[in-house]
Design a protein around this ligand. Sequence first.
Ligand SMILES: Cc1ncc(COP(=O)(O)O)c(C=O)c1O
Length: 368
Amino acid sequence: MLRACETPVGVIDLPRVRANIERVLTYCSDHGITWRPHVKTHKSVRLARLQLEAGAPGLTVATPREAEVMATLTDDLLVAYPVVGGNKLERLMALPGSVRLMIGLDSSDVLAMVRSAASATHRSVRVLVEIDVGLRRVGLQTPAEAVRLAEEISESTELEYAGIMFYPGHIRSSQAKQAADLAVLGGLLQSFYDALDTAGLSPSVVSGGSTPTLWRSHEIPGLTEIRPGTCIFFDREGLAIDVAQPGHLAYSVLATVVSRAVSGQAVVDAGSKALAKEARGGDDGFGFLLDRPEVLVESLSEEHGILDLSATDWRPTVGDRVRIVPNHVCVSVNLQDHLMAVDGEHVEVWPLEARGRGPYQATGENSD
Ligand SMILES: Cc1ncc(COP(=O)(O)O)c(C=O)c1O
């Protein structure tokens, strides 16, 4: 089936996926934290089901579509994104009543929107105060601000103050070199805990973590749950910072060599519309060949990927197939129509139900 399928297409190695999931859950249980995988990496019902069946107690989502899809699988969802605009909040409030919804936010403005949507639908919503620990993207900047917002949440009858969340996305160094950054992070978090404790608002949930800091999560004080998503597949960045080894790479883009006309290179049919043009991974280029790591994708146009053959004696011919590990897996998966799930000789086409923005229809084309 793989041999016959049209390229480019995302391919996942199911034994590696299962092993990656197991490894994260074992780490978490060894350290008394839980894993709430972020589904933005895979956007797939079947992959989320593997995570839940292996022991993840709930899921993290960023979009209403992801929430709608994942609500068919779990009753424990965290929306780790400020929900603003359109009918996003209405869509969340329309999730089945059995879903315990938790939303992270960082302003009174968003809080007011969530409060009014919750009260209009008589829905109880748990809220996390999002704090910025260094990424400078979203999140409150000081403990005093966090206390004020936590007070506002707890004064509201419709909402339940559950705790705090953060994303340490600024820490992307090699995992052996993260000690200083993690110490700063720990000190910063402690100042938030102290202020919240003094105000009688100790967080019962502290949701954080990332794939780059995954295996050092236990060094982050006070964490109750982590939300890494990329670790289900890993990618070139994970390898570059030693969070993953080559045997953990579970996603690649299957591509076909379409030209050898220019010496020293081969052109494949996976361009930026299959791999994504994210400069990551420490080195130049946009990915490497799974079976020939010395061969880099040195440049991309939309439908063309240029393989640099200068570090290899391998000379492919037109029609040969290769597997490319992208720099950043999440954006590459989001460019696929579906994934080819490979388990030994067995291959299945797995849909990506949570891709896109529109409402999820759990029947017909979208059905699992
Ligand atoms: C809010 C939030 N939580 C969790 C994650 C998952 O992290 P990672 O990509 O490091 O696995 C992300 C990633 O972007 C995120 O933005």
